[in-house]
Design a protein around this ligand. Sequence first.
Ligand SMILES: O=P(O)(O)OC[C@@H](O)[C@@H](O)c1c[nH]c2ccccc12
Length: 391
Amino acid sequence: MEGVISLKLTPGISFQCSDQLPKFLIRRSSMDLPLRRSNFPAIRAQQVSNNTTTTISMKGGGEEDALKAKEWEVGMYQNELAASQGIRIRRRPPTDPPLHYDGCFEFCLQDEGNTPRNILEEIIWQKDFEVSQMKEMKPLASLKEFIENAPPTRDFVGALKAAHSRTGLPGLIAEVKKASPSRGILRENFDPVEIAQAYEKGGAACLSVLTDEKYFKGSFENLEAIRNAGVKCPLLCKEFVIDAWQIYYARIKGADAILLIAAVLPDLDIRYMVKICKMLGLAALVEVHDEREMDRVLGIEGIELIGINNRNLETFEVDISNTKKLLEGERGQLIRQKDIIVVGESGLFTPDHVAYVQEAGVKAVLVGESIVKQSDPGKGIGGLFGKDISV
Ligand SMILES: O=P(O)(O)OC[C@@H](O)[C@@H](O)c1c[nH]c2ccccc12
């Protein structure tokens, strides 16, 4: 790759550098650059050429460099640890390693490694960015004050068990879901409170409320509004949790349970987050998609609820036989021994589907699309189970 990138740096200093890999040595043009770090503490410039983005920034000083180097190192270590547990999702883009310096310039190259490998990774990177901003606005200490005065949580697991023994069918977690990256908009006239109330009337044991805005068109306001509207069903906050801060936030916004995704979280995070959930009175629904994730989660103490997602969040492929596969043999035995409630998640549309996952061993199901699309989502529940399960 030969070439010369011409960059214009605010405020009005331009220079040229070679974009030859791998060193990106700056070839200062004949221009004499009268630059000193202290003059320009934080200037960045980007130029995209040939699918390659070269980011050039001028750094403020030594201390900041050292901190950044440390952060980068920690990030690398976390990714390695996660990879050793089979986790392919990287927590944040591996950008800005403090690799290449030339005088006051620092270089990094945006190549394949800085592009999310799949939709789940993209969502997680976006979430990492969102959470870091939210945390600045509402630090954990301020959330803790709210929690002291928050009303008690409701028994999510108890509600599922009660529904199961009342109907003889899996307890239903009905999902308030406006859209998804794989299916687009599911319901145009979307009134979260109306849908939640219809679900409750239709016999749902619990509700799941998506709070991700960018990819699922959900929100924490929806969760709060449903809670404040007097809905009695316990509520699952359907979020992509990567930081314990989100669990505290969900608790304040009215959640009784929260989702933890094993494809994203290493064991240590799951252990730590499950403890935080217990402390806050929340149930943790730990979601798995394959045998390796199931085995990891079964090795963690104190887990009461496991969700088996029939949808692969990396490819969007749905296969309800996944629930059966993961409950066969020793795994199923261990789950029964530990008295864990398993939730069959995604892709359930008909009474046959429900019967199939129940036969496989689930005591609860999590359903969105097939019921949220019905003009009356409450009646949709009757259609899903093949009979009226309202009280
Ligand atoms: O709409 P469906 O196919 O009935 O799926 C509901 C639910 O299982 C799905 O929304 C889901 C399961 N796990 C998730 C994790 C994140 C976002 C969404 C999900």
